[in-house]
Design a protein around this ligand. Structure first.
Ligand code: PMP
Length: 460
């Protein structure tokens, strides 16, 4: 530390290890420093404006600068900045939020448990599933089935649920008792001529085969995102969830909906489970619950799960799980206000109204020489780039062209994320049709520039 760096960028390079970042590339190029945000826009430290096409990380539902959320946080900080919920303590914001969540949730949910992130919530789910089956005297019914390309977080158990190589490789994961079944991506994984319905039946059949192979008495739960998000925005094929749900019921397997991205209006209904008629036994929410102004996640469980957990906790004197900030009063107060605004401003209706502008607008790029598939529902979508449109073949290496497009879009004032060669879109739910048009324009420009680069350099 003899000569200290003094610009913010140099300090960032010197002092920070960034999540989901190529550390060596960061040493060379440094950070993009975002200074402020308003609506669907953010501004960097040079004053350059960007449309936040990903709502941050799929989370800033109400956009940046929503004063009512700031006020809710400030007032709660003044009244009671912190209290916990261990040992039968409680406080009003978390009590009210639980009631509201249970009113909103699909099916018949009974209780809410709070954590701070999607990962913590999914680790909680794994432990709840194990605890519940121990309570029921089924010590062998412990395996949890997730899906290839599913995303459920990065802590030890949730990263194991995640079905992506980057989250396992060199982290010594997954842990045992976590299995991964096939990814329901029709575009890549269907046989030639196989309809979506036939493909969905085959996916459900594969799940059933896995259950029978392992032994139904060993399988405790199935977890899935209604629409897969971080794996590349993979929309389920028609009839998929109905068929998966039936297999789970047949073998007494808990169905867990990870609504961390889909929850609170993203798919054009309040929950992805509403869009796909899923009736989960356990549901996980986070991100848009507070528009990400405060970290918060929640696990909702039905009464059967609750009764098992409650009996066991009474038997061994306590439910030995919880976080210092479970149900944090400021986070739950912000969530309550956020959900109030969602309802008052009829944000879900707004999503239904403007979603076609985004979905149809993106589908106009389907004829572009680089574009293989455009997919999405509500205000979440992806444009996938392929090396050969007819063969649907991937670029080698995967991700190089996708990264170039992501980077070019950013230079053109549009922040996206590339999942390999799929560009993901998940703008704030408040986005207007005019703003969608600007987003599409910036994306089209970046796509053309990427195409010129790829032909010039011989990549594509
Ligand atoms: N589940 C899903 C579906 C997610 O998309 C994410 C985050 N992208 C998580 C869980 C993990 O959430 P967190 O990053 O807050 O731990």
């Amino acid at each position: 530390m003899s000569t200290r760096p003094n610009s913010p960028a140099a300090k960032d390079i010197a002092y920070s290890l960034h999540p989901y970042t190529n550390a060596r590339r960061h040493e060379e190029t440094g950070p993009l420093i975002i200074e402020r945000g308003k609506g669907v826009h953010v501004y960097d430290d040079q004053g350059k404006d960007y449309i936040e096409g990903m709502g941050g990380l799929w989370c800033v539902a109400l956009g940046f600068g929503e004063e009512r959320l700031v006020k809710a946080a400030t007032e709660q900080m003044q009244r009671l900045p912190y209290y916990h919920s261990f040992a039968q303590k409680s406080h009003e914001p978390s009590i009210e939020l639980s009631e509201r969540l249970l009113d909103m949730a699909p099916g018949d949910m009974s209780k809410v448990f709070y954590a701070n992130s999607g990962s913590e919530a999914n680790d909680t789910v794994v432990k709840l599933v194990w605890y519940y089956n121990n309570a029921l005297g089924r010590p062998n019914k412990k395996k949890i089935i997730s899906r290839i390309k599913g995303y459920h977080g990065v802590t030890v158990a949730s990263a194991s649920l995640t079905g992506l190589p980057t989250n396992h490789r060199d982290f010594d994961l997954p842990i045992d008792r976590i299995l991964h079944t096939a990814c329901p991506h029709h575009y890549h994984n269907a046989f030639p001529g196989e309809s979506e319905e036939e493909f969905a039946s085959r996916m459900a059949g594969q799940l059933e085969e896995m259950i029978l192979r392992e032994g139904p008495d060993t399988i405790a739960a199935f977890i899935g995102e209604p629409v897969m998000g971080a794996g590349g925005v993979i929309v389920p094929p028609k009839t998929y969830w109905d068929k998966i749900q039936r297999v789970c019921r047949k073998y007494d397997i808990l169905l867990i909906a990870d609504e961390v991205i889909c929850g609170f209006g993203r798919t054009g209904e309040m929950f992805g489970s509403d869009t796909y008629a899923i009736e989960p036994d356990i549901m996980v929410v986070s991100k848009q619950i507070t528009s990400a102004y405060m970290p918060l996640s929640a696990v909702l469980i039905n009464d059967a799960v609750y009764q098992g957990v409650a009996d066991n906790s009474a038997k061994i004197s306590t439910f030995g799980h919880g976080f210092t900030a479970s149900g944090h009063p400021v986070a739950t107060a912000v969530a309550l206000e956020n959900l109030k605004i969602l309802e008052e401003r009829k944000i879900v209706d707004h999503v239904t109204k403007v979603a076609p502008r985004l979905q149809n607008g993106l589908r106009q790029f389907a004829d572009h020489p680089l574009v293989g598939e455009v997919r999405g529902v509500g205000l979440v979508a992806a444009v996938e780039l392929v090396a050969d449109k007819d063969k649907r073949s991937l670029f080698d290496p995967v991700g190089r062209v996708g990264f170039h497009l992501y980077d070019t879009a950013q230079k053109n004032g549009l922040i996206l994320r590339n999942v390999g060669d799929s560009l993901a879109f998940c703008p704030p739910l408040i986005i207007s049709e005019e703003e969608i048009d600007t987003l599409l324009e910036r994306f089209g420009q970046a796509l053309d520039e990427t195409y010129s680069w790829s032909t010039r350099t011989g990549v594509a």
